[in-house]
Design a binder for this molecule. Structure first.
Ligand code: DAK
Length: 261
């Protein structure tokens, strides 16, 4: 891979977009490599993924403006599809994806972060949807995901004004869950990922599915999705072990890792 680095640390997979010279901007190759990297993650071993950018300046400074500038309509559609395929893959990835935003998250950078389950950032992070200043609309789901995350009023303000916001404001409006120093960011992401990875994997996957699918439905239908995924857990060994462990009054016992089955 030219621009994406993958590392597995125990049950945590770390995907790093590494195109520092262009502030990790998303060109076609980066999008293709991200797609292939997520496809290759070993879901029998990995229970949580971290997505981050290389360096200390930028997470992802957007889609590659140089590449986009000369696209024809057909090429623009093909480029858009490549991006949307990756973003949807991350959003619907069976296990949680934490985005560790270590600097600029602009345009497609903010959008890829929003397709992750959880966002945390460094104190130098900058977020924005500058597309209308370039003569386009946010095209990788920005108009949809930002409005769902921070509410339509704030999303419209950010998108119409194309004004960037800093980490503290992103935290205030709920775009990120926490802010760390650069040094603390990746360890914090790894700690959170390890905490997720030690919980019952099928239950965690079902929670992700229930939240994602339920958000698109009216409440009466959403709770039906939840009921089904709740019921499915009772066919797992993890549920039997987890509840038996709680009910066993022997204080000496040590909890075994969940088996993912
Ligand atoms: N694309 C390409 N190269 C980029 C880039 C980008 N988005 N952002 C930065 N770079 C490159 C710069 O050109 C520069 O390259 P060299 O000149 O060194 O070769 C290098 O990274 C360092 O950048 P700067 O010299 O500009 O660094 P500064 O610290 O001065 O400024 C900055 C940092 C992040 C404020 C600035 O680079 C900047 O404003 N970058 C552009 C940010 C931006 O507007 N991003 C949004 C892009 S639009 C679609 C779906 C989605 C999209 C499009 C279509 N379809 C469905 C079809 C998404 C669109 C976007 O993301």
């Amino acid at each position: 891979m030219e621009y994406v680095v993958y590392e597995q640390k125990g049950a945590v997979g770390i995907v790093t977009i590494s195109r520092e010279k262009a502030l990790n901007a998303l060109n076609s190759t980066v999008l293709e490599e991200l797609n292939a990297t997520f496809d290759a993650i070993n879901l029998d071993e990995v229970r949580c993924v971290i997505l981050t950018g290389a360096g200390q300046k930028s997470f992802v400074a957007g889609a590659d403006i140089g590449e986009m500038s000369s696209l024809t309509k057909a090429e623009g559609e093909a480029f858009g599809k490549k991006g949307n395929d990756v973003f949807l893959k991350i959003e619907n990835f069976p296990i949680p994806v934490i985005c560790a935003i270590n600097g600029f998250a602009l345009g497609g950078g903010c959008e890829i972060a929003m397709s992750c389950d959880i966002r945390i950032c460094s104190d130098n992070a900058v977020f924005g949807q500058p597309e209308v200043g370039l003569g386009i609309t946010p095209g990788f789901g920005g108009t949809q995901r930002l409005a769902r995350l921070v509410g339509p009023g704030m999303a419209k303000q950010m998108i119409y004004t194309a004004r960037n916001i800093k980490a503290d404001e992103a935290y205030r409006i709920g775009l990120v869950n926490a802010v760390y120093t650069q040094e603390e960011l990746l360890p914090a992401a790894e700690k959170m990922a390890a905490g997720i990875a030690k919980n019952a994997p099928i239950a965690v996957r079902n929670c992700k599915k229930a939240i994602n699918e339920g958000l698109a439905l009216p409440m009466d239908k959403a709770v039906e999705v939840e009921e089904k995924l709740f019921g499915d857990c009772f066919e797992t060994e993890d549920q039997k072990y987890g509840m038996a462990f709680f009910l066993d009054k022997n204080k000496e016992k040590v909890k075994e890792p969940f088996k993912n089955c």
